[in-house]
Design a protein around this ligand. Structure first.
Ligand code: AQP
Length: 313
């Protein structure tokens, strides 16, 4: 029996943070071997916020090191770079021509980002159609996401339906796999931890850097349990264990932050060690292989799509 296809991707828009790890990468790691898995470096998406070419190059190599360091085996998942497969952009354009501006205006992620001061560029606005292309190009069955991404998968389904209605059956409607218990992790300021908000605890920061950022978490004065520290801690430990710890250290914010730091460090230290042994050349080799496999699939699909829409003469 052929395995179903699973796809996910992260933007190289800055160093990955523990929100990306607990919200996306760790769940991917726990399930990817059951599927025909694809893990993308979403560098075209990153252009919506990332304007520094040197940083983008560095972040791209770094994110693949992160994928490998957490234990993803490139022989068991296709690890590839979105920009190595230009068919993503071509399909995104086709979808943009099928959906309306009011439909895209309803996207929560766009509204949230603009409300937080990010530039409302046209790329950010059309982002859900590029994401739909990322998913539909590979006949993806399952997209593992947190609750915050549910709407984007609905958009991908809608793009598939619109295309199929206009041109005949072509795309499979993907399903989100909402990861229960995977919450949106707040940043040190209490807003969603996000590369572009400057409020992150870096996944592969040095021990000292992680310690410093954990100690800088804003501690609200309501009640005796620091809410943000607790919310971040919940991604590492169960409710019972935490309840004991937070009861024993009631009101002692410093001790609770120290405990959170120790728990993060315990999880990250072995991966940090592994990451140090991965070089840029290793990453380029992985991307060359992965991108070749992804492109082959994408080209096959696009040949079919072009015929359907009347571009192939
Ligand atoms: N704070 C978070 N808590 C839980 N999961 C999170 N993810 C992101 N932030 C959190 C998950 O990480 C995956 C990849 O995210 P992305 O890089 O494609 O973009 P994003 O969701 O917008 O992540 P960032 O860090 O906020 O990046 P920027 O600032 O560049 O937009 C997704 O699966 C997401 O759910």
């Amino acid at each position: 029996m052929t395995k179903r296809r699973l796809l996910t991707g992260l933007q190289p828009s800055g160093p990955l943070h523990i929100g990306n790890y607990f919200g996306a990468l760790k769940p991917f790691l726990s399930m990817y071997e059951e599927y025909e898995s694809m893990l993308m470096v979403a560098d075209y998406h990153a252009l919506t916020t990332q304007k520094n070419p040197e940083e983008l190059r560095r972040n791209t190599l770094d994110i693949v090191k992160d994928y490998l360091a957490i234990g993803i085996d490139p022989k068991k998942a296709v690890i590839f770079r979105q920009s190595d497969v230009p068919e993503h952009m071509e399909l995104a354009w086709i979808f943009q021509c099928l959906v309306t501006v009011p439909f895209l205006e309803r996207a929560h992620a766009y509204k949230d980002k603009v409300a937080k001061g990010l530039e409302a560029n046209a790329g950010l606005f059309a982002y859900p159609m590029l994401m739909a292309a990322d998913i539909l190009l590979y006949d993806t069955d399952i997209v593992p996401v947190g609750e915050d991404q549910r709407q984007h998968i609905e958009y991908a389904r809608e793009a598939a339906v619109k295309f199929n209605n206009a041109y005949g059956d072509t795309f499979k409607e993907p399903r989100e796999k909402i990861l229960r218990g995977v919450a949106t992790i707040p940043g040190v300021d209490g807003k969603k931890m996000s590369k572009s908000y400057g409020n992150t605890i870096p996944l592969f920061g040095s021990k000292e850097e992680i310690r410093r950022t954990v100690m800088s978490i804003v501690t609200d004065s309501k009640g005796e349990s620091p809410e943000i520290v607790y919310a971040i801690h919940s991604s590492l430990k169960g409710r019972e264990e935490l309840s004991e710890l937070y009861k024993t250290n009631r009101g002692n914010y410093k001790a609770l932050k120290e405990a959170l730091f120790a728990d993060i460090e315990r999880e990250v230290a072995p991966m940090r060690e592994k990451r140090a042994s991965i070089g840029d050349e290793d990453v380029k080799g992985v991307l060359a292989e992965g991108s070749k496999s992804a492109r082959k699939l994408a080209q096959m699909k696009m040949k079919f799509v072009r015929e359907k829409i009347g571009i192939a003469l």
